[in-house]
Design a protein around this ligand. Sequence first.
Ligand SMILES: [Zn+2]
Length: 277
Amino acid sequence: MSGRSDDPRMPTFPAVVTALALLLTPVPAEPASRAAPVVREVPVLMYHVIADPPADAAWPHLFVSPREFAAQVSWLAEHGFTAVTLSDVWRNWHDREPLPARPIVFTFDDGYPSVARTALPLLAARTWPAVLNLKVGNLGDGGMTDGQVRRLLAAGWELGAHTISHPDLTTLDDAGLDREVAGSRAAIERRFGVAVEFFCYPSGRYNERVIAAVERAGYRGATTTDFGLATVGDPFRLKRVRVSRGDGVGVFASAPPARTGASPDSAPRARASGSRG
Ligand SMILES: [Zn+2]
């Protein structure tokens, strides 16, 4: 419930991914089953703008520089991660479809043009998809164009709904809640002709009533700004790892192999997820 987008106490990228790397050993399949093992916890990264902030940026920490982003993608690839979509994760959780050995989800909130210009080609070079959590009101009007969204879709990206006007959903009446939650899904599906299966709470603001509206609108799950790993069995409170300006890769780039989880199969499954430490 906490986790305003400007929360300075959020753990940062290197420390978090280093910790997460230890958690990703798949759970063994049941002997008689031919279905893939369920990956019970998956890291979901949260980005906003992939650009250098202008001097007068109101929220400079939302900007991750292209160079920094490229270094993070490279680090993840070198450490055996493969990007997947939330729907890929859902199919593993529900249909036991296989995931790569170390799945990770990139999410980009709101719909900034820099995501299509800069993040898309860097991820596409590895044939990695991502998830755009689109605020419908951002289309055109200084945000992404329809053409940019279509380019993301052509590269295998998934669209999540992030409301129409980015309100604090906990403050809306029932009609307003349905308009923002169900209405944004319908608008995106109509406009781009794709299924929208996941929702993202604006500024991480949600409560039981908001969750009920999201379920009622037919979504399979929803992402929060709560820190931690997305966990099977809690689809409407999927935790994420915020990546902020300056997080870089310095810590894990210089860390010894044991710390970076270079041998994940023998790494202990210690360290509870969701720790704020
Ligand atoms: Zn947002």
